[in-house]
Ligand binder design. Structure first.
Ligand SMILES: [Zn+2]
Length: 88
């Protein structure tokens, strides 16, 4: 069990998001009381980075907004029936 975060430190910490809301400890994470983002504690040091935050309600995979990756019919994606006449 790691040492709990210093309550005085916790008091001055705030969510790096727009809400700047106070944080509460939850397990080994700091959870924003407003937006609910969870920030990891690494070796007792809170990592208050939006990039590192776990956003509630989003996919657990941690892919940041990757909804464009799976578009079918890309122009270069290796169409199977390419009748390119090889000239040799
Ligand atoms: Zn927040």
């Amino acid at each position: 069990m790691p040492a709990p975060l210093d309550p005085q430190l916790l008091e001055i910490l705030a969510c790096p998001s727009e809400d700047h809301a106070p944080l509460r400890t939850e397990g080994d994470e700091l959870v924003c009381t407003s937006c609910g983002r969870a920030y990891p504690l690494v070796d007792g040091i809170p990592v208050l980075l939006l990039d590192e935050a776990r956003v509630p309600g989003s996919s657990e995979a941690g892919l940041p907004g990757g909804s464009e990756a799976g578009l079918p019919g890309g122009s270069e994606a290796g169409l199977p029936d390419d009748p390119a006449p090889a000239s040799r």
